[in-house]
Design a protein around this ligand. Sequence first.
Ligand SMILES: [Zn+2]
Length: 509
Amino acid sequence: MRKAIRTIIHPIIFGLYPVLFLYGENLGEVASYDLLLPLAFSLALVISFLGCFWVLLRDMDKSAAMSSLSLIFFFFYSGFSEFASSHLPLIVSTNIVLHPYYIVNFFSAAFLTLSFILLRDYKGGLGPLTTFFNVIASILLVFNLIDVVPFILSEDVRRGVDNPGDVHVISGKSMPDIYYIILDGYSRDDVLLESLGHNNSGFSDELRARGFYVADKSMSNYATTFLSLPSSLNMKYIDHVSSNTTRLPHDLSMAYNLIRDNEVQKYLKSKGYTIVNFRSSWGPTDDIRSADLQLSFSQFRENNDFFLVLLQTTALSPFIEHIIWDFRRNNILYVFDELSDVALMPEPTFTLSHVLCPHAPFLFDRDGGVPVQTMDSRELYVGQLVYVNKRVLGVVDEILSKSDEPPVIILQADHGAGILGFNNACVNNPLDNRNYDDKMVEDRVKILNAYLLPGGGSEGLYESISPVNSFRVVFNRYFHENLTMLEDRSYFSCGRNPFDFREVEHTTA
Ligand SMILES: [Zn+2]
């Protein structure tokens, strides 16, 4: 009995470790309660493996060893695949092109089969092997827990502070509902026309017909989502984030925290607003923990994205691609279907909806169907954009018809499409932000930026207004604040080296 308890430890650790490891890699992006589903899944997997191998081997040491080996292959499948795809082409020099999946499948199956046969036929004692596995597993776990446990404990303290029950509504509908709808990667009309051959003026005209002011010379303040949103939601430039030199260049947790705990939301909350977030499925905007209400298409969902990311690293990854796509499609459709219902809430509301569209992946064709992925990416982008246009106009119309008082609606991109080489250039040469040609850089920051302000007109607005000033205008106009307008500047950088900024000239052409 003692022996059984001892031997059973390492498969459990090897099962739980990948979840905790991924969590540790993403501290600050995933809530601790999001671990429950993945941990339950892992535990079920451990029990299944142990059960199956026990039936085949009738020996606890042997079944546990086989289970741990299988779990390692299962959870680190994508790691092995990546290793295979980056290293094997040098070794395999035939005319046959083998997808890394097949190579990894073959070697995993061969290794596990061989291990199984050796273990099955081995007649000696397996105590030392079990002890070895236990020690390795425990060391991994301890190192992981040193990172994770203090974070989880401090998170519980923070969650207590941000209890949504503290909200006190102080006023009725004298204050307008405010909708901040971020359409990820939505380029400005002139870029759509020149670079993608798409005339989008019909959409802008429809917006103007509904009273929107379209800032048609607008440029984003930054070139990537995780810099743009902290800036627009805090109404300031965020260069101070980069001045903290103790952090790694790719450590974005400070930018994430600026999204989750932003000034716009805090200000409006102090005015009695109810804060609504439509979960985006992208880390920071998927979980605005201080929001009063977070909405998503799946009721079970507490950041399912973490679970999906975990599954993507496992041997199930080839099979779950379409599940991930359905998930993303449904999440976006939910916003278009449900967003206008916020207008029915009696209290003043601030709604944040970060829609991961028309940005790739291309989930919709121009009629909302699933597009054929072999098409040219520009064509795919335009198709998705046309569908987004249709749905956004529908949402706007529904908000207007359901609202008692005229609302504020901001339709804004966090950056442009960047289809003209930005993405490739950033991947291929991420370390020098000065290497990209001006056109590429400009196209990345020229954005859709449109405002519907109650009382109409363009008071406070101008054609080159940038996102950093959006809420300065809104707060000055509707809350009689006296916020200075900041100079509209655009800083270009790549995701891999985000704080190496290059300022983009604001062309008046
Ligand atoms: Zn984006």
